[in-house]
Design a protein around this ligand. Structure first.
Ligand SMILES: *Cc1c(COP(=O)(O)O)cnc(C)c1O
Length: 509
């Protein structure tokens, strides 16, 4: 040994290089063979135990560490990379994004600021998003961990602008009148969390009734604003949703923009699901008006399939954005020359040190081009309409909400009359299908009716996958309903499982 000093680098890279190559080989195979596995499976107790061992106090060959992960981590993933994952609302990732995350770590730059190519890429991704959303080049934006953080940043800017006091100096105790944000009753829960975090309280979010297509009711909104003004509350912002989480509904964004202009309110769009419709050739009209917003939250880790995490907020007025978050300690003064010359990216959000999230987005956009990513969005919507058609054609199934986008809410109804029985049977169908590893779907309640929910936000899904899903729902539903009818009302239906046909058999492969 040359000296006594240590480093994390190996003294000889040969072994690590080979191991790294093997990891890439395995990773490619993992994706190539994704269809041959289960979407999800419960974690056995002995595997759980492996993750409860105490802090390592000695070294271990990296090859062994990797083997442990191959055995205990990869088989127990969420499964959102799998073609039949349609639960909640997630993207399905992509390999280029994974390479991007790797290269970002190798580059190592801290994206808080600095005159680096990484920062240029970060700013270029923001510019591309502005272009997609038809925001002016003068607008600003920042990449965030996700949609929740993007919405929080937007609401922080609104609070500071509309408070009637210098909130950064005085705090919320100085705000003379309660501030009110408006959104439909379908708004995502992260908005309430954001307003609670900002010290404005849950009551600062007023949820307005939605119409029969789950869009905000405009006259109810106007009435709510007038009522609040009369009561001495300060209306400050309308949150329009482009693609609701429950059903994929989109508010009338143009009408909301006009209303906000008339009333002197800020207009924010939660586009976590729907904003990227702007690049979908066949469906972009659905989000017409998003370009009129003062701010938009987008979620690349949903419909752009960026591996977690990646969100973004765009803000029309770059100065107000900067004023809300700009902060420089004496150890971090801005310079016009040298390493940290130029725009300081941390001045646009809460984190100082920031990861290089932009790279995985940038690489995928360069590789595929925006039109292809847009076509994949259209493809998911076409698949949802296909599924809607299949459901409508089967008397045992019932659509519970109109299919406006890529989310299909339906339930197995075969002979079931009351809501309690419907909920019980459909919950059991969902759980059995999840536990079988065949597919992942989730559930929700729309206008008081419980239902299964299939959110097709997946570039690996085929129509065949959706047909097979319906066969499974029908088969499982018939089994559960039969068990339920046979057992007395006092006996639980849970526990007697209808076996699920395995994929290869089901697809005749
Ligand atoms: C997913 C979602 C969010 C939250 O985004 P995260 O990235 O999960 O933090 C907010 N709004 C809507 C409409 C969403 O679908």
């Amino acid at each position: 040994m040359k000296n006594q000093e240590e480093t994390l680098d190996p003294s000889d890279w040969t072994e690590v290089r080979e191991l790294a190559h093997r990891m890439v080989e395995d990773a490619v195979r993992h994706l190539d063979e994704v269809r041959e596995r289960h979407v999800w499976q419960p974690i056995p107790e002995e595997v759980r135990a492996r993750f409860r061992t105490p802090l390592p106090t000695g070294p271990q060959p990296l090859g062994d560490v990797y083997e442990e992960l191959r055995e205990n981590m990869l088989p127990y993933a969420m499964g959102n990379i799998y073609p039949r994952f349609w639960g909640w609302y997630m993207g399905s990732g992509n390999f280029t994004g994974a390479l991007g995350d790797f290269l970002a770590a190798i580059d190592g730059s801290n994206l808080g600021g600095g005159s680096t190519a990484a920062a240029m890429i970060d700013m270029q991704v923001i510019d591309w998003f502005k272009e997609m959303m038809e925001f002016p080049p003068t607008a600003s934006g920042t990449l965030t961990s996700g949609g929740s953080m993007a919405n929080l940043l937007a609401h922080t800017i609104t609070r500071n602008m509309m408070a009637g006091v210098d909130v950064r100096a005085e705090g919320i105790v100085g705000i003379p009148r309660p501030l009110r944000f408006y959104a439909s009753d379908q708004v995502h829960s992260c908005h309430q969390k954001a307003l609670e975090t900002l010290g404005l309280g849950a009551r600062s979010l007023r949820m307005v009734a939605s119409d029969e297509r789950q869009r905000i009711d405009l006259s109810a909104l106007e009435a709510a604003i007038a009522e609040d003004r009369a009561a001495g509350v300060a209306p400050v912002c309308v949150i329009g949703t482009a693609g609701t989480t429950n059903t994929g509904a989109t508010d009338d964004l143009k009408a909301l923009a006009a209303l906000c202009r008339r009333e002197g309110l800020r207009f924010h769009v939660d586009g976590c699901i729907g904003a990227f419709l702007k690049i979908a050739p066949e469906n972009r009209a659905l989000v017409a008006g998003i370009e009129l917003a003062d701010s938009v939250a987008l979620d690349p880790h949903k419909w752009l399939h960026t591996p977690f995490e990646a969100g973004c907020v765009l803000v029309r007025d770059a100065d107000r954005h900067f004023e809300a978050f700009e902060m420089h300690g004496e150890y971090l003064q801005l310079q016009t020359r040298g390493m940290i010359a130029g725009k300081f990216l941390a001045d646009y959000g809460l984190e100082l040190s920031r990861g290089f999230k932009a790279l995985k987005i940038w690489m995928s956009l360069k590789e595929n081009g925006a039109p292809k990513l847009g076509r994949l969005i259209d493809q998911n919507i076409a698949q949802a309409r296909h599924l809607e058609g299949l459901i409508a054609a089967d008397p045992r199934l019932e659509l519970v909400a109109p299919v406006d986008l890529n989310i299909v809410c339906f339930r197995y109804a075969g002979g079931l009359k009351d809501e309690v029985a419907l909920k019980e049977v459909n919950t059991e169908i969902m759980l059995r299908i999840q536990e079988s590893g065949f597919a992942i779907l989730s559930d929700t309640t729309v206008a008081g009716r419980h239902c299964l929910r299939v959110a097709i936000n997946n570039h690996r899904t085929t129509r065949q996958d959706l047909s097979v899903l319906l066969s499974e729902v029908l088969r499982t539903g018939a089994g559960v309903a039969h068990e339920r009818a046979r057992s007395a009302a006092t006996v639980s239906t849970v526990g007697k499982k209808t076996p699920i046909i395995h994929e290869r058999k089901a697809e005749g492969a």
